[in-house]
Ligand binder design. Structure first.
Ligand SMILES: *Cc1c(COP(=O)(O)O)cnc(C)c1O
Length: 433
């Protein structure tokens, strides 16, 4: 709170319009991180607003515990169809109300799956730098010391795996795969599931994995009969250029977590998709004690399900994935330019996610975290009409998928311009020592 309270200026957003945010002073900003990675079609989209109003005139909310509601039924069917068209064999739907709960559900389901099968397994395998949400189960499978270390005394046991980075060569990838194979062989009766953010780890710093890694993780988890949980909360719904990140490597996980873009960033909703195989392990007479006890008050909220349905209509009508593909080269060119800047140590992209790591231009070393250079750059970018949020010293370019070509250019140009401020910020920080 201290930097916030003592900061120069607190921005309060009042309105939105397509890819723009408008604050209480009437200033307009491009929503450069799609309101924390979730906005898809922009703000105040007439079709989405109308869908919510129509549902509102029917009913705002009724419980999903022991009942169904119309939008949740329609969306369930729609998601199963979508998964099938995307080559994912996931045909069972479990609702919750945000990304963390979608992960909690997946973990608890995987854990109980083995219990119901009569062979309990105590542990999960996760990746270093993983982020799966901020509730305790999600924190347990988290791998970011800054966020998660404090709570280690409260969490369940997990093992960690390191993923080969996007720059890894074939030999490095193979070494990771061999290590994993060996590990899973030793631990096959211990691990309930492996949990992974497919292709790219978000909050851990937009870390992209070596191509082929996800496919190998799936192959090995199958080989050793361990469940695979794909957390597509960030990557789902077009962000990586395909509807789901798993499609890039033709992978069907056993459980898949969705939220953020699911409702086009309009409302909180979580979904955990799974297979008949997992479903069947729970399908029993209540006497057998195989019931999955998990249900949130606002699970499968009708307004949220409605807007999710309307969003999927817009994906099709606006051919949004083609638009994302068309924007790719603009981001690509900008990142290539950024790599020429001395204060940049790496820049990477997938779909409509761009990430630029900034560093000391003289030494190429990372900045001391408390300098908050990434944060300072983002605050200053507001003057250019950009609303940004970094991950430490990684600048993130992640606008609504429907952003116009013109705004995309302005966004990329603004981020490139901000890199020129690095030496000045370094001098100020050093001067303050
Ligand atoms: C944002 C995020 C979550 C958590 O979602 P919340 O809705 O914030 O709880 C989980 N996993 C990933 C990969 C995310 O990016």
């Amino acid at each position: 709170m201290k930097p916030w309270c003592e900061g120069k200026e607190i921005v309060v957003i009042e309105r939105g319009e397509r890819e723009f945010l408008i604050d209480t002073e009437g200033r307009r900003y491009i929503d450069g991180v799609s309101s924390l990675w979730c906005n898809v079609h922009g703000h105040c989209v007439p079709e989405l607003d109308e869908a919510v109003r129509t549902q509102l005139s029917q009913i705002a909310h009724s419980t999903l515990l022991g009942l169904a509601n119309v939008p949740s039924v329609l969306l369930g069917k729609r998601l199963v169809e979508l998964a099938r068209r995307c080559g994912l064999g996931l045909d069972r739907v479990f609702y919750s109300d945000n990304g963390s709960t979608a992960v909690e559900v997946a973990c608890k389901m995987a854990y109980q799956y083995w219990q119901n099968k009569g062979s309990p397994r105590p542990k999960f395998l996760t990746l270093n730098d993983a982020y799966h949400g901020d509730t305790l189960g999600a924190v347990s499978v988290g791998g970011i010391p800054l966020f998660h270390q404090t709570f280690r005394g409260m969490t369940f046991p997990v093992d960690y795996l390191s993923a080969p980075p996007h720059t890894a060569d074939q030999a490095t990838l193979q070494a990771h795969i061999d290590t994993l194979d060996h590990r899973l062989k030793m631990m096959k009766d211990i691990y309930a599931a492996i949990i992974i953010e497919p292709l790219i780890q978000g909050a851990g710093g937009m870390r992209m994995h070596a191509p082929g890694f996800l496919r190998e993780v799936r192959r090995l988890s199958e080989k050793h009969d361990i469940l695979l949980i794909a957390d597509e909360v960030m990557t789902g719904f077009g962000r990586t250029g395909k509807m789901f990140a798993c499609e890039h490597e033709l992978v069907t996980p056993d459980l898949m977590c969705l939220s953020k873009g699911l409702t086009a960033g309009y409302m909180p909703l979580g979904v955990t998709l799974t297979t008949k195989k997992v479903f069947d392990a729970f399908y029993a007479d209540p006497r057998e004690g195989k019931t999955f006890f998990h249900g949130h008050t606002f699970t499968g909220h009708p307004l949220a399900c409605t807007v999710a349905l309307a969003s999927l209509d817009l994906f099709k009508r606006n051919d949004l994935l083609a638009h994302v593909a068309a924007l790719g080269p603009i981001l690509d060119v900008a990142l290539e330019k950024s790599r020429q800047v001395p204060g940049v140590s790496d820049a990477r992209q997938i779909g409509l996610i761009g990430a630029i790591d900034v560093c000391d231009p003289k030494t190429q070393q990372a900045f001391p975290p408390h300098w908050r250079v990434g944060g300072e750059l983002c605050t200053r970018m507001r003057a250019l009409g950009l609303m940004m949020r970094p991950l430490a010293d990684t600048l993130v370019i992640m606008p609504p998928l429907a952003i116009s070509v013109e705004s995309m250019r302005l966004l990329c140009d603004g981020v490139l311009r901000s890199l020129e401020w690095i030496p000045e910020i370094v001098a100020a920080r050093q001067g303050a020592l």
